[in-house]
Design a protein around this ligand. Structure first.
Ligand SMILES: Cc1cc2nc3c(=O)[nH]c(=O)nc-3n(C[C@H](O)[C@H](O)[C@H](O)COP(=O)(O)OP(=O)(O)OC[C@H]3O[C@@H](n4cnc5c(N)ncnc54)[C@H](O)[C@@H]3O)c2cc1C
Length: 438
């Protein structure tokens, strides 16, 4: 029997998804990484079982009796004293958020099915919303889903209580109800920011992609397939069609999420961004754009308006290693490209920003993945992979520990280089332009 009814994000045990659920464990891991996560605590999954007649609840769930299960939970007796005193340490408005333990597992994704309550004020209110979160785990919809997955007996639902902030910057933190903006500026109404064209003339041709172009447009545009097929295939690996229809090229770069797919590839391709403010515009290589976790070199008054992918990429490969579900972000991402006869290997999702080691890549000088040159030997691929694994100090998060990542890096870099030796990824001369709608 567990006695702790509260786990703070700062506690080691809070990183355990079986206790804290998907959200709770991620928040604890982010806190441990030193990310600016608003403080909070988790009411661990076992507390639900301790607060109700668990046998009866399981029976009602297995009978898919949503009404009966929810009525039983409304009579639950959560550990009020511990919850209220912990809430008082946070003070002010908090978000009370469901955090299922099977969220984002290999066989199921409960994300989005259970409730979140924002702006909750006062200890008693927090206890009431905690019970509502538990109840939402037994809604008709949630029970139907778990029936399909054969997990109706699952009572493992933790609840996160997290301080709300008055922020100045948002992004996905807003979508996840961590932050509340007072004013929002939308770029959706600017059609000039959504396009796919060739540029640069005959001298230095490149592919131009407007910042508001969606991932789905990149994935399906004929010009991208013609000029840079690796771009289309990499964007097609992002999440699900639903996400790709919304996510934009400017958004994924400005967001600077360490676990996004496109940044590592764009860095390897030596792509550049064009950014603009009221005082002028400048080019920033993707390599210099992302500085750390959610941090870029964009100035507050600058808008990213265009992505420029050079034409002198001879070969490229992108490998996305996922450790959880098939629609998940990468645990380890490897982008390898041969640009102007030089190898560029960039690792994504393993540290606060894409990882590139030119000195290690220089070991490939004189060898070439293309038909003209000698393919990379197995020994060379192995050596570069070994050195990358040695040089990177990987993070630990819910997708994998540092040690696990280090081993995956060694394997995936080698595979990327071997694949590159046989890849048919080549660029064709640019022709014409293609307008796309946002
Ligand atoms: C469920 C889910 C799964 C996902 N899985 C993956 C995945 O597997 N791989 C992956 O790579 N990504 C993944 N993502 C991320 C997703 O693809 C988007 O990149 C991300 O959500 C950003 O969305 P957005 O483009 O709408 O940008 P927004 O959310 O609108 O913006 C993100 C940030 O960038 C700023 N910004 C946006 N555009 C500009 C601009 N032009 N100039 C300056 N600043 C700007 C915004 O102010 C904000 O701070 C996932 C997202 C979700 C919700």
């Amino acid at each position: 029997m567990n006695n702790t009814s509260i786990l703070w994000f700062t506690e080691e045990a809070c990183k355990d998804v079986r206790l804290a659920g998907g959200k709770g464990a991620s928040l604890a891991n982010m806190t441990a990484q030193g990310l600016p996560v608003p403080p909070g605590f988790v009411v661990p999954a076992y507390v639900l079982e301790q607060s109700v007649d668990a046998g009866q609840l399981r029976k009602l769930a297995q009978a898919q009796d949503a009404e009966g299960a929810q009525a039983l939970i409304q009579r639950a007796e959560p550990p009020r004293t511990a919850i209220i005193s912990s809430y008082e340490r946070l003070g002010g408005r908090v978000a009370v958020r469901s955090s299922a333990c099977a969220e984002d597992s290999e066989i199921a994704s409960y994300a989005g099915q259970q409730e979140t309550y924002l702006n909750t004020l006062g200890g008693e209110e927090v206890c009431a919303r905690l019970v509502d979160c538990w109840a939402s785990f037994f809604s008709e919809r949630a029970l139907f889903y778990r029936a399909q997955k054969g997990s109706l007996g699952d009572l493992a639902m933790a609840v996160v209580v997290q301080k709300m902030l008055e922020p100045v910057k948002f992004g996905i933190l807003m979508n996840q109800n961590i932050m509340r903006p007072q004013t929002l500026l939308s770029l959706r109404g600017i059609p000039d920011l959504a396009f796919i064209q060739s540029g640069g003339g005959d001298q230095a041709p490149y592919l131009r992609i407007g910042a508001m172009t969606t991932h789905r447009s990149v994935e399906s545009a004929a010009l991208v397939h013609q000029m840079c097929p690796i771009l289309a295939s990499t964007f097609s690996l992002v999440a699900s069609p639903r996400v790709r229809n919304q996510a934009t090229v400017g958004g994924v770069l400005a967001d600077a999420d360490y676990a996004s797919d496109p940044p590592a590839l764009l860095h390897a391709l030596n792509a550049k961004t064009l950014v603009r403010s009221t005082t002028g515009e400048r080019e920033i290589p993707v390599e210099e754009l992302i500085l750390g976790y959610y941090e870029t070199s964009l100035r507050p008054d600058e808008l990213l308006v265009e992505l420029r992918v050079p034409y002198n990429v001879e070969r490229a490969v992108y490998r996305k290693f996922r450790s959880r579900s098939s629609e998940d972000r990468p645990c380890v991402a490897v982008a390898a490209a041969q640009v102007a006869r030089k190898l560029r290997v960039v690792l994504g999702a393993v540290a606060e920003r894409p990882q590139y080691f030119p000195a290690i890549c220089a070991l490939a000088a004189g060898e070439s993945a293309g038909e003209e040159g000698r393919p990379y030997s197995r020994e060379l691929a192995r050596e570069i992979a070994r050195r990358y694994a040695e040089s990177i100090d990987p993070i630990s998060d819910s997708r994998g520990s540092a040690e696990y990542r280090r081993r995956v890096i060694a394997v995936e870099v080698r595979r990327a280089l071997e694949e590159m030796s046989s890849a048919s990824v080549q660029f064709a001369p640019p022709t014409g332009s293609e307008e796309v709608s946002p």
